[in-house]
Design a protein around this ligand. Structure first.
Ligand SMILES: [Zn+2]
Length: 308
């Protein structure tokens, strides 16, 4: 799957190059250009074809702008989840939405470079993005989250799709690893504590954008859990992450290596390809959603399921 992704990327590159040369008179008819998987690269007429070819499936990779330890770029989550999304879309055609960096990141407001939009705005922008994609024919929207701080928000966002009737479905990518993949990755892993700009994220960036990694700086700050709320039991507070990881760094990026990164990207891409294929085939969710809203409009008429 990784190979076919690279081949398609190469084809897109060639198509772009042939566009540049279009002014040169040619006797042979140019071959039809491949449809880009990148939303922003499609022409308006090609967009119509892309919607059809994707089965109305658009992938929205969600990143954020936040510190990633002292050694990784602010857009790490954005760059990483786009890489996986682009590879998956190339393997099984889907359109990938342009870079999207609006999400929940209040916990890093004390660090340079964080862009933390308000909670209502982040909800509205995502809802309106989905509405606009659906108005343009994408009835299956796949959210690929690259940022841990978005987890609760995106689950709430999915639950909120039941607030009002939609003619589209929002799917959230939730990868799981099979036993063999898990064992392979565990064998390659060198550190026990990870979670933000640690071994995994550093490895992934080393695998596909090594020039953006300053590995020599990875040990300049502590990625250890400071356990500053250790006295609190059976309780959750919004400050929990800052309490443990005030440097917005969890783990040790020095342990990162490109080989581990490639394995992580391949595993996640394979899981996403599998998900996109199941989403494209899925008709049940849209039917259930419709039935649910029909019932919700007349709850007194809702028929119970009887025991078989
Ligand atoms: Zn993040």
């Amino acid at each position: 799957m990784k190979k076919s992704g690279l081949i398609l990327t190469a084809l897109i590159g060639l198509a772009a190059a042939s566009g540049v040369l279009a002014a040169v008179p040619q006797t042979a008819k140019p071959a039809a250009a491949a449809l880009s998987v990148r939303y922003e690269e499609l022409s308006s007429p090609d967009f119509v074809q892309a919607v059809a070819r994707s089965g109305g499936t658009c992938i929205v990779p969600l990143g954020i702008l936040e510190k990633h330890g002292p050694h990784l770029p602010l857009g790490t989550d954005l760059i990483d989840c786009r890489e996986v999304s682009l590879r998956a879309a190339a393997a099984d055609y889907a359109v990938v939405f342009p870079p999207y960096f609006v999400g929940q990141i209040f916990e890093a407001k004390h660090q340079p470079g964080t862009i933390a939009y308000g909670s209502r705005m982040m909800f509205d922008i995502l809802q309106q993005t989905c509405d606009e994609l659906a108005r343009n024919g994408f009835k299956k929207i796949v959210l690929v989250n690259g940022h841990g701080g978005n987890d609760a928000f995106l689950h709430f966002f999915c639950q909120s799709q039941l607030e009002a009737r939609h003619d589209y479905v929002v799917y959230l990518f939730e990868p799981s690893e099979d036993e063999a993949t898990k064992a392979k990755l565990d064998k390659m892993r060198k550190t026990a504590v990870d979670g933000h700009a640690g071994e995994e994220e550093t490895s992934v960036m080393l695998a596909h954008h090594p020039g953006l990694v300053r590995l020599d700086r990875a040990g300049a700050e502590s990625g250890e859990d400071q356990k500053r709320q250790a006295g609190l039991t059976n309780a959750y507070t919004g400050i929990w992450w800052y309490a443990g990881q005030p440097n917005h760094y969890r783990g040790d990026g020095s342990a990162g290596n490109a080989e581990f990164g490639r394995a992580l990207i391949e595993a996640e891409t394979a899981a996403l390809v599998e998900m996109v294929r199941s989403v494209k085939k899925d008709t049940v969710t849209a039917e259930l959603q419709k039935k649910f809203f029909d019932d919700a409009a007349k709850p007194l008429e809702t028929k119970p399921f009887v025991r078989k």
